[in-house]
Design a protein around this ligand. Structure first.
Ligand SMILES: Cc1cc2nc3c(=O)[nH]c(=O)nc-3n(C[C@H](O)[C@H](O)[C@H](O)COP(=O)(O)OP(=O)(O)OC[C@H]3O[C@@H](n4cnc5c(N)ncnc54)[C@H](O)[C@@H]3O)c2cc1C
Length: 277
C-alpha cells in the first residue's frame, strides 16, 4: 500500500455521467491486482473515496488528452458521478495531481484449473471486471454479461474506453429498456451461461447479488447450479485500510472488514440481510 501524489494523464466522460481517468502511478500499477482498489482524496472532503482499479497500462490514455507527455505506468478508474466527491473528481483535468492510496484490499482469485470465466456486471460494476479480463485474457475464455439501463451505458458502445482486445471475449449486452441486446437484467440471462462456466465473478448493485443468491439456493431443486461466485462489495467505507471498522459486515465466517478482508467475497458467505450497500 502506497500513498502518492500522482499526475492525471487524462479524464474524459466516456458514457453519460461516467468518467474514465488515467493516473500515473507506477507502484500501484505494478502491484495492483484485479478486484483491488485505490482511495482518492477528493478536494477537502475528509473521507477518501474508494474506486476499483479498472485497468493498468502504459499508453492507454484517451487519444489527444495526455497533457503530461510521459509514459509512466498508469492505473485507470472508471467512475460514476453520484455525489460531491465524484463530481469534484470528474472536474479534474490532465496534468493536475491527485492524492491516492493503493493498492488496497483483497481482489479476485482465479482457481488454477478454471478455463471458462463468466463475468457478470451490473452498470458501473463493470469497473473491476475489466481489469480481471485484462489479466485473464491470455489464458482463459471469457464471457462478459453487462447489464445497463440503456444502450449508451454499455461498455462496448464506448469506443474510447479500452485497448483490450475483445476477440477472445464473448460480450453479452442486456439493457432494461431493450435498446441493445436482450431486454431485462443481467441476472435474467445468467442461468443460460452457467453450465459452461468454471468460475463466476460479479460486481453490481445489491439487488443483483440478492437475485444471484436466490438462484444459488434454488440450485438443488432446479438443477441450476450457480458455480463458485466471487463478488465485489461496494459498501460505504471510512478509512479504506482496516483502521476504523466502518465497513464491517457479518458473514458466515464471522465479522469481516470489506476494505481489508474484501472487497471480494464468496457470494454464499455473505449474510445479505445484514448488508446495506
Ligand atoms: C471497494 C469499492 C470500490 C468502488 N469502486 C467504484 C468504481 O470503480 N466506480 C464507481 O463509480 N464507484 C465505485 N465505488 C463507489 C464509490 O466509492 C462511491 O460512488 C463514491 O465514494 C461516492 O462518493 P461521492 O462523494 O460522489 O458521493 P456521496 O454520496 O456524496 O458520498 C458520501 C460518502 O459516502 C461514501 N459512499 C457513497 N456511495 C458509496 C458507495 N456506493 N460505495 C462506497 N462508498 C460510498 C463516500 O465515500 C463518502 O464517504 C466503489 C466503492 C467501494 C467500497
Amino acid at each position: 500500500m502506497k500513498q502518492a501524489l500522482c499526475h492525471i494523464s487524462s479524464n474524459a466522460e466516456v458514457m453519460p455521467g461516467i468518467h474514465l481517468m488515467w493516473i500515473e502511478a507506477p507502484d500501484i500499477a505494478a502491484a495492483g491486482r484485479p478486484g483491488q482498489f485505490i482511495t482518492v482524496r477528493c478536494g477537502d472532503f475528509p473521507l477518501r473515496r474508494p474506486f476499483s482499479i479498472h485497468q493498468v497500462g502504459k499508453d492507454n490514455v484517451i487519444a489527444g488528452s495526455d497533457a503530461t507527455g510521459t509514459k509512466q505506468p498508469q492505473v485507470a478508474i472508471l467512475f460514476k458521478v453520484t455525489g460531491k466527491g465524484t463530481l469534484w473528481l470528474s472536474q479534474r483535468e490532465a496534468g493536475e495531481r491527485i492524492d491516492i492510496i493503493g493498492p488496497l484490499g483483497r481482489g479476485f482469485t482465479i482457481p488454477p484449473r478454471s478455463k471458462n470465466l463468466l463475468l457478470v456486471a451490473g452498470g458501473i460494476g463493470l469497473a473491476p471486471l475489466v481489469f480481471l479480463m485484462q489479466q485473464a485474457l491470455s489464458q482463459h475464455q471469457i464471457t462478459l454479461i453487462h447489464g445497463a439501463s440503456t444502450a449508451v451505458q454499455l461498455y462496448s458502445n464506448s469506443s474510447q474506453l479500452s485497448t483490450i482486445s475483445y476477440q477472445r471475449v464473448q460480450f453479452i449486452p442486456v439493457t432494461e429498456d431493450g435498446s441493445a441486446g436482450q431486454k431485462g437484467r443481467a441476472t435474467d440471462i445468467l442461468p443460460d451461461f452457467l453450465d459452461r462456466a468454471d468460475q463466476v465473478y460479479a460486481c453490481g448493485p445489491v439487488g443483483m447479488y440478492k437475485a444471484m443468491t436466490e438462484m444459488s439456493s434454488r440450485a438443488k431443486r432446479s438443477k441450476l447450479k450457480l458455480k463458485k461466485c466471487q463478488v465485489s462489495l461496494e459498501v460505504r467505507m471510512g478509512c479504506g485500510f482496516g483502521a476504523c471498522y466502518g465497513c464491517t459486515i457479518d458473514t458466515k465466517k464471522g465479522l469481516r472488514q470489506v476494505c481489508r478482508d474484501g472487497p471480494v467475497f464468496e457470494l454464499d458467505d455473505i449474510i445479505w440481510q445484514e448488508v446495506s450497500l
